[in-house]
Design a protein. Structure first.
Length: 404
């Protein structure tokens, strides 16, 4: 471990207890790792959160109505102009904190922190978890007017101004390089898990009894929140066939929102609460105990030409010592070795997926072997502490160059 650093972390995530919970928990994971290494890290969630808005109910209701009518036209200009109040606040924060380094999450249209850090001669390491401009222009439903050129120009300026970039996958690294970022500037650090939080434990009997899950049932499980990215909706027919052929199997889905609606529509009402169990949205702190109910877990990501994410829930499943059946999308196929620490199947090859699920269902010994190997993989390579050590190396390199 090198010299202890004072680090400020800025993130502009909105709804960190809801739709952005995964990214927020990732940040808390590596921040915890950095603190364990002896560094002082101050975390600032820069965007106002829903619970703050709800304290002013009249303003909250008015804002919701205005947003429904005007968001299509004003979302992008509003984000762009938010740089002005952000800059004033961030100047005050950085003047008070006097950090050695600013660790900054890349955000669409936001340049305030980069400008202030440049003014105060504070080096910046940029966290790039997604191609913001690409997502905004091509993947967000066409309900907004996207400003021409600005998203891409601002994003590339942020990349250029940063002393180093930490990203989550080789696919995303290659995307940055193709868009002009020098390869030497980029470090790939995937997502991970805290093995002290996500760890094998006896099945939670209280939860099992509350849901009415039979003692001898084999539980196939899934957890998540983002609809459209998980691939869950594509595998429901496979799960229906498995329920029909294996009477000992039940399904447990952890998460609410659109995914829950799709599941409820896919299965007959008389199955819900008997062989198909839905928890709805649960606090992140409670997710591990639900995972302990599961015998086999699904990671059914869909086939896409540009698949850049690093799955955090994959590592959490592995840390909990679960038997995993996953689609072999990029990043996942770098972590899972087929029939070693999980099962892989080609994306959208649902026959192979079904065959591998049945193997897990029929063999407790196989599930045990795959689960033990999965946890070992996480302990060796994918803990937040080990990732924090790699971040620490990047930070010290940046500071060494900054002071030379």
């Amino acid at each position: 471990m090198g010299i202890a650093l004072k680090i400020v972390y800025f993130s502009y995530l909105y709804d960190i207890k809801g739709i952005s919970a995964g990214s927020a928990n990732k940040a808390l994971g590596f921040v915890g790792g950095l603190r364990r290494l002896g560094h002082t890290v101050s975390v600032y969630w820069r965007s106002i959160q829903p619970e703050d808005l709800e304290k002013e109910m009249l303003w909250y209701k008015l804002r919701a109505r205005l947003k429904a009518k005007l968001s299509r036209y004003l979302h992008d200009p509003k984000k762009l102009f938010s740089n002005f109040p952000f800059a004033i606040q961030e100047y005050q924060i950085l003047q008070q904190e006097k950090p050695d380094l600013l660790f900054l999450r890349n955000e669409l249209y936001i340049v305030s922190a980069q400008c202030v850090a440049r003014l105060l001669h504070i080096p910046v390491v940029l966290e790039v978890d997604c191609p913001n401009a690409y997502e905004h222009r091509y993947m967000v439903p066409l309900k907004r007017m996207v400003l021409p050129v600005f998203p891409e120009w601002i994003e590339r300026w942020n990349w250029k101004m940063s002393q180093a970039i930490i990203t989550i996958s080789e696919v995303l690294r290659n995307y940055l390089v193709e868009n002009g970022v020098p390869p030497v500037k980029i470090t790939v650090i995937p997502n991970g898990a805290d093995p002290e939080v996500f760890k094998p434990l006896p099945k939670a009997q209280t939860l099992r009894s509350r849901f009415g899950i039979p003692e001898k049932a084999v539980v196939i499980g899934w957890s998540g929140s983002l609809y459209g990215w998980s691939g869950l909706e594509q595998v429901l027919d496979v799960l229906k066939r498995i329920l029909a052929s294996r009477k000992e199997v039940v399904l447990l889905f952890v998460g609410g929102g659109k995914n829950q609606e799709i599941i409820e529509q896919a299965f007959p009402p008389d199955m819900i609460g008997k062989r198909v169990f839905l928890t709805g949205t649960v606090p992140y702190s409670e997710v591990p105990q639900y995972l302990h109910l599961m015998d086999v877990v699904l990671v059914p990501y869909p086939k896409r030409a540009f698949w850049y994410p690093s799955s955090m829930k994959l590592f959490e499943y592995m840390a909990c010592q679960k038997a995993i059946v996953a689609s072999s999308v990029p990043q996942v196929d770098q972590v899972i070795q087929d029939n070693v620490n999980g099962f892989l199947y080609p994306p959208e090859n649902f026959q192979t997926m079904e065959e591998k699920l049945l193997q897990c269902i029929d063999s407790p010994a196989l599930r045990k072997r795959l689960g033990k190997n999965a946890r070992f993989t996480v302990l060796q390579n994918y803990t937040w502490l080990s990732h924090a050590k790699r971040m620490e190396e990047v930070f010290h390199q940046v500071l060494s160059s900054h002071h030379s």
